[in-house]
Design a protein. Sequence first.
Length: 332
Amino acid sequence: MNTGVIEIAYEQPTGQNSAEIQKDLSGGAVSPLKTNWDEIIHAAITLGRNGWPLGCSLARMSNLSSASYEVMFRVSLLLMAVEESDNSLKKTKSFMNLDPTEKGMASYFLGMTFCNLFASHYLQAFLLHIDVYGKKDITLLRSRSRPDLFGWYLDGDSYQGIVMEAKGRSNPSSKTNIVDQAKKQLGNVFSINGAPPALRVVGISDFDRKDEVGDLRFFWKPLNLNTDTGEWAKFSPYKKRNNTLPEIGSLWKKHYELAIEADETLAKIGVAVTVHEDIKKLYKTPEATIWNVLDKLKENKGTWEGYSFDGICVRAKSGWFSNLQHLIHEEG
């Protein structure tokens, strides 16, 4: 497996609001996104978690923690679905041969991972799962239709609210139909801590060919749902209900949980993961809030060399893929 630069083609709508879209999403950048396995693994392991049942079950039968099995599950799922070739990520034959239910699960994970990758790269967005965190400390939206992710992104010197709907498809997709559906989901979040989200974004991961080994690509679009217009009423039928996302308490720690709890397992396969000491101190502080973390990240923006914007450093060394296969065989 190559470990160099990986290019992911992405689309942004053009036209009347193209300048605003460029500013909001990519800072004027153009396709493709140049990334690598370090950043892709980072995106996969920082998606919000509540413990995969498979990982918890396997952990009871081994010396590894459930977090370790979850790391192996997430990275293995990525490698089952896509492979690096000619500086791009291509659909694997294993992915193509899955039955529709299995393919849907893998596509969902790809959609979430690459939404997180693009939001991290261009927006420095700190994203959390609405469904995971809504089951306990966060009041669930009363509507069944809601987006996948919410959080904050750095806009200049301040953090603004963002909600994202992530879609994953195994074949070329109809962007128009998906965007229309996403409007209903994104429109059902009225505020984050009392303020309307500054960005409501739909992100779509799919492949450029249907039955052949196609390249993974990405499409994203911000949706301008003005609460004072008829468009809001049309796409938000639950407006009169109190559909808000309150404070999240200590749930922000889920973003760092796998990186901290499974760092030894990742080291075994040749993936070095380090969380900056300043973030680790906050992680270990019971009363620390998301705002303490965001303030610390803003304060040190661009000064933590080698670390991502969230204070996590991932380095996949040569041979990590083979090491992962070996570890799975040992524990299996």
